[in-house]
Write a protein that binds this ligand. Structure first.
Ligand code: PEP
Length: 280
């Protein structure tokens, strides 16, 4: 790793597991979508104190640099949605983690189920991509999750443990690695697991991480993703071991995304950044 990856926080132990609300815009948004991120920025800056959660947007790569230049990353951090496993080279159409960092990203989503499905990405490739993000000094948001059929056959925990084993690099730390549990059948469908099911999977993820990373697992954030909306975020974010959300559809509208961030409230101890410093 070339430098400390900081997906927005200095996260070292269980008590300091600051929640993260990250928006995955997927293949949505042209220039006019910049208005939404400016509206999110303005709403965050208008809060009397800093939100208790870190906030991140992972826009299409075409919008990343312009957004990162407009907005200070202490207010909204930016992430890529994927990267190549190599730093550079003859890979037409691909983007490296170093390029995303250069554009202003602090993290990269890797192993999203849509990439696993659309591009046949294996756990091994996802791990290489996660290592590439770490080597570039970025954090990886590594997605895992079962399909509907796997859940029906009671294979959920087996599938997730296999994905964790195969996709999470050995040098992972709370600073460079965030796990996102995203049941494939819940993404974009309006369906969500029961709170008990989410608690079971998140506890299993924490336990599996503890076996492999005894010193680091307690500090690693585990996000829930899959149809998180303003109406259900309050309940979902209270589940034990849920350290925030990876939000697709509901992150495209500033009002909806702010309602999800606001579930965490604001931290009275930390005033918002000086607007003159934060708005370039
Ligand atoms: C996602 O794609 O990461 C996601 C969770 O999508 P949605 O919130 O739309 O289900």
């Amino acid at each position: 790793m070339t430098e400390k990856a900081d997906a927005t926080q200095e996260n070292t132990g269980k008590q300091s597991r600051k929640p993260l609300v990250a928006g995955n815009w997927k293949m949505h948004g042209q220039k006019e979508q910049i208005q939404e991120v400016l509206a999110i920025r303005d709403a965050l800056m208008a809060m009397p104190n800093r939100p208790k959660a870190d906030v991140m947007i992972c826009p299409p790569a075409t919008l990343l640099m312009v957004m990162a230049e407009l907005i200070d990353k202490s207010v909204i951090a930016f992430g890529g949605q994927d990267c190549h496993a190599f730093e550079k080279g003859p890979h037409t159409g691909d983007i490296s983690a170093a390029m995303l960092k250069d554009a202003g990203a602090s993290a990269v989503i890797v192993g999203h189920s849509e990439r696993r499905e659309d591009h046949g990405e294996t756990d091994d490739l996802v791990q290489k991509k996660a290592m590439a993000t770490h080597n570039a000094g970025l954090a990886s948001i590594i997605c895992v999750g079962e399909t509907k059929g796997q859940r029906q056959y009671d294979l959920t925990l087996d599938v997730i443990n296999r994905q964790l084993e195969g996709s999470v690099p050995p040098e992972s730390t709370p600073q460079n690695t965030i796990i996102a549990y995203e049941p494939v059948w819940a993404i974009g469908t309006g369906l969500v697991p029961t709170l008990d099911d989410i608690a079971t999977v998140h506890a299993n993820i924490r336990e599996t991480l503890e076996k492999r990373f005894p010193e680091h697992a307690a500090g690693m954030r585990i996000l829930y993703g899959g149809s998180v909306k303003p109406g259900n975020a309050g309940q979902l974010m209270k589940v034990e071991n849920v350290d925030g959300a990876l939000v697709g559809g509901a992150s495209l509208k500033a009002d909806d995304f702010m309602k999800i961030i606001n579930v965490y409230g604001s931290d009275k101890k930390t005033p918002p950044p000086d607007p003159k410093q934060s708005v370039k």
